[in-house]
Design a protein around this ligand. Structure first.
Ligand code: GLV
Ligand code: GLV
Length: 331
């Protein structure tokens, strides 16, 4: 009989149709986020699951779903998955790198520019009917072109942002990363490696693209914000929790930095109430990868992984983007 799989959120019908070619598919068409107990109940009898950041797959969930063989996340970030626990249980985990890199970099740039040029703050003013006359310093912000772009986390997305800044806007690019990039990648991105303190001190525009983990928790807090220029902007498209949102709201309110752009939040979809009170922050609901084409490519890549992981399709046994390939048995 055909393996049974769970699609834990509503996804594009054409991707579900691909899964139905191989599997008995249960889809969460209502798109209500499952409680932990409901997720465990729905996983009974399933060999595979497609998840998003809203489903937490930890060792307890894995223990309660012993038939599970593959967890395919529709996201590049995977801090919702306990990959070591899955590996210990022989469960394959996959994510969706590469297909979202350029789209996400575009959005990082959009947020950075919106923060620096006060796009949403000035629009709110206009919509409130407060625009009575032009003024010489009205909503004056800071330049992007020629400024220093600081990137924290120089993975694929960080590099794509660096290329935009260096080649498109003539920015000076500096970055900090766990390890220094190869010289040819630095040359392609026109990026210089600096310490985290130098990054914070020198950046006119800081963009955060570092994955969330215990070691990146509150990588930007009050002490780090205090090193930044009062004219600087901060953009977070990585994960909530990399930035201390309460400390950031305080820094914005006190004009310790000029502005921020945030697509991700600690405890999202809740947003720290202090952030909602400060005008100099652009807030978006975790949409950096959200173009129709890219969200479809992400779901299709997750489906490719699930189909291959359970032994079907042209890549049977060789899922394209495994996180723990060591669980795959040699063919
Ligand atoms: C979105 O945040 C992702 O990790 O793809
Ligand atoms: C993160 O994983 C990235 O692709 O930058």
């Amino acid at each position: 009989s055909r393996p049974a799989v769970l699609v834990a959120r509503a996804i594009q019908p054409e991707v579900v149709a691909r899964l139905r070619e191989h599997f008995e598919v249960e889809v969460n068409s209502d798109d209500n986020i499952y409680s932990r107990d409901e997720l465990i109940a729905r996983l009974q009898g399933k060999q595979g699951v497609m998840t998003t950041g809203s489903e937490r797959i930890d060792d307890g969930v894995l223990a309660a779903a012993p038939g599970l063989r593959a967890v395919c996340n529709i996201a590049v970030g995977y801090n919702n998955l306990d990959v070591p626990a899955a590996t210990a249980r022989g469960v394959l985990c996959t994510n969706t790198p590469d297909v979202l890199t350029e789209t996400t970099a575009d959005f990082g740039f959009a947020l950075m520019m919106a923060a620096a040029r006060r796009v949403t703050e000035s629009e709110h003013y206009l919509r409130r009917g407060e625009w009575k006359k032009w003024a010489i310093d009205m909503f004056a912000g800071s330049d992007i072109h020629g400024a220093t772009l600081g990137i924290l986390g120089m993975g694929r997305i960080g590099q794509a942002i660096a290329r935009r800044g260096a080649h498109g806007f003539g920015m000076k690019v500096i970055y900090c990363n766990r390890s220094r990039l190869a010289a040819e990648i630095e040359a392609d991105c026109k990026a210089s490696y600096v310490s985290k303190d130098e990054l914070l001190r020198q950046a006119d525009h800081l963009v955060i693209v570092v994955p969330y983990s215990a070691s990146s928790h509150h990588a930007i807090g009050a002490a780090e914000l205090a090193l930044m220029k009062p004219t600087a902007t901060l953009t977070n498209i990585a994960r909530g929790g990399v930035v201390d949102d309460a400390a950031l709201a305080q820094a914005l309110a006190a004009q310790k930095i000029a502005a921020a752009g945030l697509d991700v939040f600690e405890g999202e979809p809740a947003v720290h109430p202090a952030l909602l009170q400060v005008p100099n922050v652009v807030l978006t609901p975790h949409i950096a990868s959200a173009t129709r084409a890219t969200r479809l490519a992400m779901a299709n890549l997750a489906a490719d992984n699930l189909i291959a992981a359970l032994g079907f399709g042209p890549q049977a046994g060789r899922p394209p983007t495994p996180l723990n390939p060591e669980v795959l048995k040699p063919a």
